[in-house]
Ligand binder design. Structure first.
Ligand code: C5P
Length: 395
């Protein structure tokens, strides 16, 4: 992918400290980040912080002599793929609406030829004020993308809408802007994580699965422009903001959640590590320990993926096969048995909880190796492959 460049505008608000973390995440994601602060922002976070994080000097002044042409408002925006203002104060939103060019950042926003994303952050009453709501509606009409705000506890101690989205959520939205929209207009259903089948009030049978691969697949589908439902077993992960999330525990719940939406989806991707068995008659109370052998009766769980792929007009179905030996052979057998156009084979000994994995995609045309990479990259590659196969099946 070509080098990506953004201007990160920071305006005056307590959330400016989170902009430093956003700058760090952007740089880590390989995005060249030029910070432009308003004067007010400098009261909250010093330019030295942003300069150290981005490797670029920070600009605030229209008359900055460090820009050779003497036209910082033109030069800094030139070649930028995006301008992101985070946090965007109520005052700055009003300036954008009016087309005010009072300082470097507002002038850059006016003189831009790239998309503008703003992440509002302000006190709840400022956000709810009709003037701000009017401004937000006008900005949307002007094609500005609003990211958030979120609701929750605010710096002033009040609770309500106005919190800036967390830096990770902002990064997610920014990254999505750079991905090709291969699944635009399509509905994708993803299962992720393990299932947990209760033995008693505290114990259960589960699989070793962090949920990271499934969440990465859901994110990659969102980035590709799909509408995504994520049915997830218990994990410690934050789900992607833009997905519709249905949390479940048992396989039976996962099946019910999948069945409630599957009739309306174009693509189903079963990444979940579903427990093969559940415990008959789990105890409502914690079973007391004694010296005797404990016998559990296990009954087989339904196969969610197989039940979806055997529907009369199934969505495009993709399975995951986590194996510890004869990986591709077993995966291909599963693909045929479950009537899947595509299965993803991986080695459980390497994959569970790991940051980077190698995947092998098996479809009617044969095998395609996705060489070792982090799960986010693999998920994007997988989505590209799914999109190509899916388009080929369309008339
Ligand atoms: O047969 P196996 O469990 O190895 O198949 C793995 C694939 O089937 C995965 O895509 C998994 O999400 C799906 N699966 C399922 N329901 C089950 C078992 C597996 O959807 N009960």
């Amino acid at each position: 992918m070509d080098a990506r460049r953004i201007v990160l505008g920071v305006t005056g608000g307590v959330a400016a400290y989170k902009a430093a973390e956003l700058a760090r995440l952007l740089v880590k994601a390989g995005i060249d980040t030029q910070v432009v602060c308003t004067e007010a922002a400098r009261h909250f976070v010093g330019p030295a912080t942003f300069q150290a994080l981005t490797g670029h000097p920070v600009f605030s002044d229209l008359w900055d002599e460090r820009v050779d042409s003497g036209m910082a408002h033109i030069d800094l925006g030139r070649g930028a793929d995006l301008i992101v203002v985070a946090p965007a104060s109520a005052d700055f939103l009003a300036k954008l609406v009016q087309g005010v060019a009072a300082d470097l950042l507002s002038t850059l926003c006016l003189a831009r030829d790239c998309p503008l994303l703003v992440a509002p952050a302000m006190n709840r009453q400022m956000w709810e004020h009709p003037a701000t709501q009017r401004n937000v509606a006008l900005l949307r009409q002007d094609g500005v993308e609003l990211l958030g705000p979120d609701q929750g506890e605010q710096a002033c101690g009040e609770i309500g809408f106005g919190r800036m989205l967390e830096p990770e959520a902002l990064l997610e939205a920014i990254e999505a802007r750079f991905q090709p929209k291969r699944l635009a207009g399509l509905k994708v259903l993803v299962t992720a994580g393990p299932t947990f089948e209760a033995i008693d009030a505290v114990r259960g049978i589960t699989n070793a699965s962090s949920g990271r691969m499934g969440y990465a697949v859901a994110r990659a589908a969102l980035e590709a422009g799909a509408e995504v439902t994520l049915v997830t077993g218990p994990t410690c992960l934050t789900p992607p903001r833009a997905a519709r999330v249905i949390p479940v525990t048992r396989c039976q719940d996962m099946l019910a959640a999948v069945e409630s939406v599957v009739a309306d989806v174009d693509i189903f991707i079963g990444v979940a590590a579903v427990a093969d068995y559940y415990v008959l008659n789990p105890s409502e109370q914690k079973i007391k320990k004694d010296a005797h052998i404990l016998t559990l009766e296990l009954a087989p769980n339904p196969d969610i993926l197989a039940s979806v792929s055997s529907r009369p007009s199934p969505p495009f179905c993709v399975g995951f096969a986590a194996e510890s030996e004869n990986i591709e052979e077993y995966a291909e057998l599963k693909r045929r048995r479950k009537h899947l156009p595509l299965i993803v084979a991986n080695d459980v000994r390497e994959a569970v909880g790991a940051e980077a994995v190698q995947l092998v995609l098996l479809d009617e045309a044969g095998r395609h190796v996705l060489p070792l990479a982090d799960k986010r990259t693999q998920a994007r590659r997988l989505i590209a492959h799914i999109a190509a196969l899916y388009q080929a099946t369309r008339p």
